[in-house]
Design a protein around this ligand. Structure first.
Ligand SMILES: *[C@@H]1O[C@H](CO)[C@@H](O)[C@H](O)[C@H]1NC(C)=O
Ligand SMILES: *[C@@H]1O[C@H](CO)[C@@H](O)[C@H](O)[C@H]1NC(C)=O
Ligand SMILES: *[C@@H]1O[C@H](CO)[C@@H](O)[C@H](O)[C@H]1NC(C)=O
Ligand SMILES: *[C@@H]1O[C@H](CO)[C@@H](O)[C@H](O)[C@H]1NC(C)=O
Ligand SMILES: *[C@@H]1O[C@H](CO)[C@@H](O)[C@H](O)[C@H]1NC(C)=O
Length: 231
Protein backbone atom coordinates (compact mmCIF):
# COMPACT_ATOMS: atom_id res chain seq x y z
CA UNK A 1 0.00 0.00 0.00
CA UNK A 2 2.68 2.49 1.09
CA UNK A 3 4.86 1.73 -1.93
CA UNK A 4 1.91 2.18 -4.25
CA UNK A 5 1.05 5.63 -2.93
CA UNK A 6 4.67 6.78 -2.75
CA UNK A 7 4.86 6.14 -6.49
CA UNK A 8 1.90 8.45 -7.11
CA UNK A 9 2.91 11.31 -4.80
CA UNK A 10 5.95 12.59 -6.69
CA UNK A 11 3.75 13.47 -9.69
CA UNK A 12 2.89 17.11 -10.34
CA UNK A 13 -0.53 18.32 -9.04
CA UNK A 14 -1.98 18.39 -12.55
CA UNK A 15 -0.95 14.81 -13.43
CA UNK A 16 -3.59 12.85 -11.43
CA UNK A 17 -6.31 14.88 -13.13
CA UNK A 18 -4.86 14.10 -16.53
CA UNK A 19 -4.71 10.39 -15.67
CA UNK A 20 -8.27 10.50 -14.32
CA UNK A 21 -9.65 12.16 -17.45
CA UNK A 22 -7.73 9.68 -19.60
CA UNK A 23 -9.36 6.77 -17.69
CA UNK A 24 -12.78 8.38 -18.04
CA UNK A 25 -12.23 8.84 -21.78
CA UNK A 26 -11.14 5.22 -22.14
CA UNK A 27 -14.14 3.97 -20.16
CA UNK A 28 -16.46 6.20 -22.14
CA UNK A 29 -15.03 4.80 -25.38
CA UNK A 30 -15.67 1.27 -24.15
CA UNK A 31 -19.16 2.29 -23.10
CA UNK A 32 -20.03 3.91 -26.38
CA UNK A 33 -18.76 0.85 -28.24
CA UNK A 34 -21.06 -1.31 -26.11
CA UNK A 35 -23.68 1.44 -26.10
CA UNK A 36 -26.98 -0.19 -26.82
CA UNK A 37 -27.57 -3.88 -27.11
CA UNK A 38 -30.72 -5.68 -28.18
CA UNK A 39 -31.01 -9.09 -26.53
CA UNK A 40 -33.29 -11.93 -27.59
CA UNK A 41 -31.96 -14.42 -25.06
CA UNK A 42 -29.55 -17.31 -25.07
CA UNK A 43 -31.81 -19.43 -27.26
CA UNK A 44 -32.70 -17.19 -30.24
CA UNK A 45 -35.36 -19.47 -31.70
CA UNK A 46 -38.60 -21.20 -30.79
CA UNK A 47 -40.51 -24.11 -32.20
CA UNK A 48 -44.23 -23.79 -31.65
CA UNK A 49 -47.40 -25.54 -32.75
CA UNK A 50 -49.71 -23.69 -35.14
CA UNK A 51 -52.59 -22.10 -33.31
CA UNK A 52 -50.59 -21.52 -30.14
CA UNK A 53 -49.58 -18.17 -28.69
CA UNK A 54 -45.89 -17.39 -28.43
CA UNK A 55 -43.70 -14.68 -27.01
CA UNK A 56 -40.90 -13.17 -29.06
CA UNK A 57 -38.47 -12.09 -26.36
CA UNK A 58 -36.34 -8.98 -26.55
CA UNK A 59 -34.84 -6.55 -24.12
CA UNK A 60 -32.29 -3.80 -24.38
CA UNK A 61 -29.26 -2.88 -22.37
CA UNK A 62 -27.40 0.38 -22.45
CA UNK A 63 -24.52 1.50 -20.30
CA UNK A 64 -24.80 5.14 -21.29
CA UNK A 65 -28.55 5.23 -20.74
CA UNK A 66 -31.29 5.89 -23.26
CA UNK A 67 -32.93 9.02 -24.53
CA UNK A 68 -35.91 8.64 -26.86
CA UNK A 69 -34.81 5.16 -27.87
CA UNK A 70 -36.47 4.12 -31.10
CA UNK A 71 -37.24 0.42 -31.32
CA UNK A 72 -39.21 -1.85 -33.59
CA UNK A 73 -39.88 -5.47 -34.42
CA UNK A 74 -39.55 -6.49 -38.07
CA UNK A 75 -40.62 -9.65 -39.80
CA UNK A 76 -38.53 -10.94 -42.68
CA UNK A 77 -41.24 -11.87 -45.17
CA UNK A 78 -39.37 -13.55 -47.96
CA UNK A 79 -36.61 -10.97 -47.95
CA UNK A 80 -38.84 -7.95 -47.36
CA UNK A 81 -38.67 -6.48 -43.89
CA UNK A 82 -42.17 -5.79 -42.65
CA UNK A 83 -42.65 -3.67 -39.56
CA UNK A 84 -44.55 -5.51 -36.84
CA UNK A 85 -44.59 -2.69 -34.30
CA UNK A 86 -42.59 0.35 -33.31
CA UNK A 87 -42.24 2.84 -30.50
CA UNK A 88 -40.12 5.59 -29.13
CA UNK A 89 -39.13 4.97 -25.56
CA UNK A 90 -38.69 8.25 -23.69
CA UNK A 91 -36.93 6.67 -20.74
CA UNK A 92 -36.40 3.37 -18.97
CA UNK A 93 -39.39 1.83 -17.19
CA UNK A 94 -41.94 4.16 -18.81
CA UNK A 95 -44.49 2.33 -20.94
CA UNK A 96 -44.29 3.83 -24.43
CA UNK A 97 -47.17 4.25 -26.88
CA UNK A 98 -46.63 1.38 -29.32
CA UNK A 99 -47.88 1.36 -32.90
CA UNK A 100 -48.83 -2.16 -34.00
CA UNK A 101 -49.01 -2.99 -37.72
CA UNK A 102 -49.87 -6.68 -37.65
CA UNK A 103 -52.82 -8.70 -36.45
CA UNK A 104 -52.58 -10.78 -33.31
CA UNK A 105 -49.63 -8.84 -31.91
CA UNK A 106 -49.47 -7.55 -28.34
CA UNK A 107 -46.71 -5.52 -26.72
CA UNK A 108 -46.29 -7.41 -23.45
CA UNK A 109 -42.81 -6.22 -22.51
CA UNK A 110 -44.27 -2.79 -21.67
CA UNK A 111 -40.69 -1.55 -21.30
CA UNK A 112 -40.81 -3.03 -17.81
CA UNK A 113 -37.15 -3.61 -16.87
CA UNK A 114 -36.15 -2.76 -20.47
CA UNK A 115 -38.40 -5.54 -21.74
CA UNK A 116 -39.68 -5.03 -25.29
CA UNK A 117 -41.01 -8.55 -25.89
CA UNK A 118 -44.13 -9.06 -27.96
CA UNK A 119 -46.79 -11.75 -27.93
CA UNK A 120 -47.95 -13.40 -31.12
CA UNK A 121 -51.44 -14.76 -30.70
CA UNK A 122 -52.79 -17.87 -32.47
CA UNK A 123 -49.83 -18.35 -34.77
CA UNK A 124 -50.22 -19.71 -38.29
CA UNK A 125 -47.64 -21.29 -40.60
CA UNK A 126 -47.29 -17.88 -42.31
CA UNK A 127 -45.96 -16.44 -39.05
CA UNK A 128 -42.88 -18.67 -39.20
CA UNK A 129 -39.63 -16.92 -39.99
CA UNK A 130 -37.12 -14.42 -38.73
CA UNK A 131 -38.08 -11.55 -36.45
CA UNK A 132 -35.64 -8.72 -35.89
CA UNK A 133 -35.69 -6.71 -32.71
CA UNK A 134 -34.18 -3.38 -33.69
CA UNK A 135 -33.06 -0.44 -31.60
CA UNK A 136 -31.53 2.97 -32.19
CA UNK A 137 -30.38 5.26 -29.44
CA UNK A 138 -30.06 8.96 -30.38
CA UNK A 139 -27.34 9.20 -27.71
CA UNK A 140 -25.20 7.13 -30.09
CA UNK A 141 -25.73 9.22 -33.21
CA UNK A 142 -28.26 6.77 -34.67
CA UNK A 143 -26.13 3.65 -34.54
CA UNK A 144 -28.11 0.52 -35.50
CA UNK A 145 -28.50 -2.39 -33.15
CA UNK A 146 -30.51 -5.51 -33.68
CA UNK A 147 -31.01 -9.14 -32.71
CA UNK A 148 -32.77 -11.87 -34.66
CA UNK A 149 -35.25 -14.34 -33.24
CA UNK A 150 -36.49 -17.22 -35.37
CA UNK A 151 -39.92 -18.76 -35.05
CA UNK A 152 -40.60 -22.25 -36.36
CA UNK A 153 -44.21 -23.32 -36.68
CA UNK A 154 -44.92 -27.02 -36.62
CA UNK A 155 -47.99 -29.21 -36.88
CA UNK A 156 -48.72 -30.72 -33.50
CA UNK A 157 -50.04 -34.05 -34.68
CA UNK A 158 -47.13 -34.78 -36.94
CA UNK A 159 -44.62 -33.91 -34.24
CA UNK A 160 -46.37 -35.96 -31.55
CA UNK A 161 -46.83 -38.82 -34.02
CA UNK A 162 -43.20 -38.66 -35.02
CA UNK A 163 -41.90 -38.56 -31.46
CA UNK A 164 -44.31 -41.26 -30.33
CA UNK A 165 -43.45 -43.42 -33.32
CA UNK A 166 -39.77 -42.91 -32.71
CA UNK A 167 -40.17 -43.68 -29.02
CA UNK A 168 -42.30 -46.76 -29.69
CA UNK A 169 -40.11 -47.89 -32.58
CA UNK A 170 -36.94 -47.47 -30.59
CA UNK A 171 -38.42 -49.06 -27.48
CA UNK A 172 -39.99 -51.99 -29.32
CA UNK A 173 -37.04 -52.21 -31.64
CA UNK A 174 -34.66 -52.14 -28.74
CA UNK A 175 -36.64 -54.80 -26.89
CA UNK A 176 -36.87 -56.97 -30.00
CA UNK A 177 -33.18 -56.53 -30.71
CA UNK A 178 -32.44 -57.43 -27.11
CA UNK A 179 -34.72 -60.48 -27.30
CA UNK A 180 -33.24 -61.57 -30.61
CA UNK A 181 -29.77 -61.07 -29.23
CA UNK A 182 -30.69 -62.91 -26.07
CA UNK A 183 -32.31 -65.76 -27.98
CA UNK A 184 -29.43 -65.95 -30.42
CA UNK A 185 -27.05 -66.13 -27.51
CA UNK A 186 -29.27 -68.65 -25.77
CA UNK A 187 -29.64 -70.72 -28.93
CA UNK A 188 -25.94 -70.46 -29.60
CA UNK A 189 -25.19 -71.57 -26.05
CA UNK A 190 -27.71 -74.38 -26.34
CA UNK A 191 -26.27 -75.26 -29.74
CA UNK A 192 -22.77 -75.38 -28.31
CA UNK A 193 -24.00 -77.36 -25.32
CA UNK A 194 -25.87 -79.71 -27.66
CA UNK A 195 -22.77 -80.09 -29.80
CA UNK A 196 -20.73 -80.79 -26.72
CA UNK A 197 -23.37 -83.20 -25.52
CA UNK A 198 -23.47 -84.74 -29.01
CA UNK A 199 -19.77 -85.28 -28.76
CA UNK A 200 -20.26 -86.72 -25.31
CA UNK A 201 -23.13 -88.75 -26.68
CA UNK A 202 -20.99 -89.88 -29.56
CA UNK A 203 -18.49 -90.98 -27.04
CA UNK A 204 -21.28 -92.58 -25.08
CA UNK A 205 -22.78 -94.02 -28.27
CA UNK A 206 -19.49 -95.50 -29.29
CA UNK A 207 -19.01 -96.80 -25.85
CA UNK A 208 -22.57 -97.92 -25.08
CA UNK A 209 -23.78 -98.55 -28.64
CA UNK A 210 -27.19 -96.82 -28.27
CA UNK A 211 -28.58 -95.73 -31.71
CA UNK A 212 -31.63 -93.64 -30.67
CA UNK A 213 -30.62 -90.01 -30.31
CA UNK A 214 -33.32 -88.99 -27.80
CA UNK A 215 -32.79 -92.01 -25.74
CA UNK A 216 -29.13 -91.55 -26.13
CA UNK A 217 -29.43 -87.98 -24.86
CA UNK A 218 -31.52 -88.91 -21.85
CA UNK A 219 -29.46 -91.99 -21.54
CA UNK A 220 -26.33 -89.94 -21.41
CA UNK A 221 -27.88 -87.73 -18.75
CA UNK A 222 -29.07 -90.75 -16.91
CA UNK A 223 -25.70 -92.29 -17.36
CA UNK A 224 -23.88 -89.18 -16.24
CA UNK A 225 -26.08 -88.64 -13.19
CA UNK A 226 -25.39 -91.88 -11.46
CA UNK A 227 -21.65 -91.42 -11.81
CA UNK A 228 -21.34 -88.65 -9.13
CA UNK A 229 -23.53 -90.74 -6.84
CA UNK A 230 -21.16 -93.59 -7.25
CA UNK A 231 -18.19 -91.39 -6.42
C1 LIG B 1 -52.74 -26.56 -37.68
O1 LIG B 1 -52.59 -26.87 -39.06
C2 LIG B 1 -53.31 -27.98 -39.48
C3 LIG B 1 -52.96 -28.24 -40.92
O2 LIG B 1 -53.00 -27.09 -41.68
C4 LIG B 1 -54.79 -27.75 -39.28
O3 LIG B 1 -55.53 -28.88 -39.69
C5 LIG B 1 -55.05 -27.47 -37.83
O4 LIG B 1 -56.40 -27.16 -37.63
C6 LIG B 1 -54.19 -26.33 -37.36
N1 LIG B 1 -54.34 -26.20 -35.94
C7 LIG B 1 -54.75 -25.08 -35.38
C8 LIG B 1 -54.89 -25.13 -33.90
O5 LIG B 1 -54.98 -24.07 -36.03
C1 LIG C 1 -40.60 -15.83 -52.05
O1 LIG C 1 -40.06 -15.20 -53.21
C2 LIG C 1 -39.89 -16.07 -54.31
C3 LIG C 1 -39.21 -15.31 -55.41
O2 LIG C 1 -39.36 -13.94 -55.27
C4 LIG C 1 -41.24 -16.63 -54.72
O3 LIG C 1 -41.07 -17.53 -55.79
C5 LIG C 1 -41.86 -17.35 -53.54
O4 LIG C 1 -43.17 -17.79 -53.89
C6 LIG C 1 -41.96 -16.45 -52.35
N1 LIG C 1 -42.45 -17.19 -51.23
C7 LIG C 1 -43.37 -16.74 -50.43
C8 LIG C 1 -43.75 -17.63 -49.30
O5 LIG C 1 -43.91 -15.65 -50.59
C1 LIG D 1 -57.08 -16.54 -30.67
O1 LIG D 1 -57.95 -17.63 -30.86
C2 LIG D 1 -58.96 -17.71 -29.85
C3 LIG D 1 -59.73 -19.00 -30.08
O2 LIG D 1 -59.89 -19.26 -31.45
C4 LIG D 1 -59.84 -16.48 -29.95
O3 LIG D 1 -60.83 -16.54 -28.93
C5 LIG D 1 -58.98 -15.25 -29.72
O4 LIG D 1 -59.76 -14.09 -29.88
C6 LIG D 1 -57.84 -15.23 -30.71
N1 LIG D 1 -56.96 -14.14 -30.33
C7 LIG D 1 -56.56 -13.22 -31.19
C8 LIG D 1 -55.72 -12.12 -30.65
O5 LIG D 1 -56.79 -13.30 -32.40
C1 LIG E 1 -40.79 -9.73 -20.56
O1 LIG E 1 -42.17 -9.61 -20.30
C2 LIG E 1 -42.93 -10.79 -20.52
C3 LIG E 1 -44.39 -10.49 -20.28
O2 LIG E 1 -44.59 -9.91 -19.04
C4 LIG E 1 -42.40 -11.90 -19.60
O3 LIG E 1 -43.10 -13.09 -19.85
C5 LIG E 1 -40.91 -12.11 -19.87
O4 LIG E 1 -40.41 -13.08 -18.98
C6 LIG E 1 -40.16 -10.81 -19.71
N1 LIG E 1 -38.80 -11.04 -20.10
C7 LIG E 1 -37.76 -10.68 -19.34
C8 LIG E 1 -36.41 -10.95 -19.90
O5 LIG E 1 -37.92 -10.17 -18.26
C1 LIG F 1 -28.73 2.37 -39.77
O1 LIG F 1 -29.48 1.68 -40.71
C2 LIG F 1 -30.12 2.53 -41.67
C3 LIG F 1 -31.00 1.65 -42.52
O2 LIG F 1 -30.39 0.45 -42.89
C4 LIG F 1 -29.05 3.26 -42.48
O3 LIG F 1 -29.67 4.10 -43.42
C5 LIG F 1 -28.19 4.05 -41.53
O4 LIG F 1 -27.13 4.64 -42.24
C6 LIG F 1 -27.62 3.18 -40.44
N1 LIG F 1 -26.93 3.99 -39.48
C7 LIG F 1 -25.67 3.77 -39.10
C8 LIG F 1 -25.12 4.72 -38.12
O5 LIG F 1 -25.02 2.82 -39.51
Amino acid sequence: MEGLWSGVEPLRPGAPHAAFSLIVTLLFDVWSVQGLEMIVGKIPFLEAVNGSTVMLPCSYESCIGIDNLYFNWQFNDNGTMIKVCEAEIASEDVEPPVKIFRDRVEFVGKNHKKNVSILLWNITFEDAGQYTCYGRNPKEKGRNHSAIFTLYVVDELRVVDKTLTIIIASTVGGAIAFLIGFMLLKNFTLFVLAKLEEKNKECLVTSSGIDNTENGLSGSKAASKPTPKKK
